[in-house]
Design a binder for this molecule. Sequence first.
Ligand SMILES: CC(C)(COP(=O)(O)OP(=O)(O)OC[C@H]1O[C@@H](n2cnc3c(N)ncnc32)[C@H](O)[C@@H]1OP(=O)(O)O)[C@@H](O)C(=O)NCCC(=O)NCCSC(=O)c1cc(O)c2ccccc2c1O
Length: 260
Amino acid sequence: MEYQDILYTKVDGVATITINRPQRYNAFRAQTCEEMIHAFKDADFDRSIGVVVLTGAGDKAFCTGGDQSTHEGGYGGRGAIGLPIEEVQSVIRDIAKPVIARVNGYAIGGGNVLVTLCDLAIASETAQFGQVGPKVGSVDPGFGTALLARVVGEKKAREIWYLCRRYTAQEALAMGLVNAVVPPERLDEEVRRWCDEILEKSPTAIALAKKSFNVDTEMIRGMGALAMQALRLYYETPESAEGVRAFQEKRKPDFRKYVK
Ligand SMILES: CC(C)(COP(=O)(O)OP(=O)(O)OC[C@H]1O[C@@H](n2cnc3c(N)ncnc32)[C@H](O)[C@@H]1OP(=O)(O)O)[C@@H](O)C(=O)NCCC(=O)NCCSC(=O)c1cc(O)c2ccccc2c1O
């Protein structure tokens, strides 16, 4: 597969997938998801690879979720919402190798979900985290909500989704969303150090550990699949459209008339 939206490199046992859409703050569209799925599978099948790093191009954003400029009641590609994001989420969990999020900037919306899903996360001091779904007419009521609650606790996860605030890297560390925070100039070195420590370990033991960690939260995948069908219907409503339009028009959304 020829990649347009991602960069994919392999160096000394580490595969790095970089979402390469800095002009869109590394938001993903359908094409980006297809390429990420392909690259993760390649890394899984490649016996020279022991760890996968997921990151974003540039220093502004790790990933800001779905590309709102391609969102018109759906994202126009494959799957229930026109974006096979549930397959990206699944492949991160399913590959037998640890995935480390190298969080170099904004991890917002679906980008924050990716951080939640990665086995480990190392953030630059400049990174910012948060959810925006209820502000922009969307929600990820699967791994986005339920797995987040497992990672940061119920109260914090509800705060993150209901208030849509932004959190600093230090706050993300305190809530357990990331494993380490370093100055931006030390990010690559720190990520490599963590990768090298993993690469020294038994790959079979690591794979068994990863798969065993997944078991406890596996039912969330089913919840997410159901949610995608519901989201398809939600995206067709004026309420969801108001959120997308407000983001595109750089104004506050007006959802009050949709209170049930
Ligand atoms: C990321 C921000 C907090 C940055 O704010 P800031 O004020 O610093 O900068 P701007 O807002 O001016 O943004 C700069 C520039 O980037 C463009 N941009 C940023 N994010 C996106 C995006 N996601 N899509 C398209 N473009 C984006 C922005 O338009 C500006 O471009 P200009 O040309 O105007 O300069 C802030 O930008 C922000 O809050 N972004 C919103 C992010 C967003 O709405 N994301 C989508 C949420 S929905 C989602 O991600 C999602 C993901 C999933 O995985 C799901 C899975 C299952 C179900 C649902 C899912 C889902 O809904």
